[in-house]
Design a protein around this ligand. Structure first.
Ligand code: FES
Length: 192
């Protein structure tokens, strides 16, 4: 050890000057990370949006007459397994009697009529109806198996939807919207 060399320098330990340098360097690094994070966070699509771009729902346990509400892109999605009687009731309604004669089914051309089959999941799956659970009046969530037509009832201002989700009475202007969906197996529905 030379005359001017301190004991710690001789031992290879950080000197006080080195230590100050290290801590300052670390503060700078932390500072940079703190600034970078908000930008990264803003650029990244919301994790829940990514996760819910499409969802798959197993409907094997939904018996006729039962329904479930799934969540897709922040909206409630009604999935109902209709009974034969409920399908019959919807089929018995003449298109001319409907307030909104348009299917509002994202899987069909925009001009498709609001027949029961075109409101449902289609041939062979007509018992299934999948809809966005948002009242077309002002967006409340209607109640299932309720209302004058046994379909859905929106208690906010009294809109009644039939078993095909078509508006029949009350202030709502349109049938409940059918989102893009398909059966990817006999029992699994992919929405979105
Ligand atoms: S929001 Fe449903 S009736 Fe007004």
């Amino acid at each position: 050890m030379s005359e001017h060399e301190t004991k710690s320098e001789a031992l290879g330990e950080p000197t006080r000057r080195d230590f100050l340098y290290l801590t300052t360097g670390m503060a700078a690094a932390v500072g940079a990370a703190a600034v970078a994070w908000p930008f990264i966070d803003q650029m990244r699509p919301d994790a829940s949006t990514l996760a819910l771009a499409s969802i798959e729902v197993d409907v094997s346990s939904i018996e006729p007459g039962m329904s479930v509400t799934a969540k897709w892109r922040g909206k409630p999605i009604f999935i109902r397994n209709r009974t034969a009687k409920e399908i019959e009731e919807a089929n018995a309604v003449a298109l001319a009697d409907l307030k909104d004669p348009v299917a509002r089914n994202a899987n069909l051309p925009p001009e498709a009529a609001a027949t029961d089959i075109d409101r449902s999941a289609g041939e062979g799956k007509e018992n299934w109806i999948v809809m966005i659970g948002s009242c077309t009046h002002l967006g409340c969530v209607p109640l299932g198996q309720a209302g004058d037509f046994g379909g859905w009832f929106c208690p906010c201002h009294g809109s009644h939807y039939d078993t095909a989700g078509r508006i029949r009475k009350g202030p709502a202007p349109e049938n409940l919207a059918v989102p893009t969906f398909s059966f990817i197996s006999d029992t699994v529905i992919k929405i979105g």
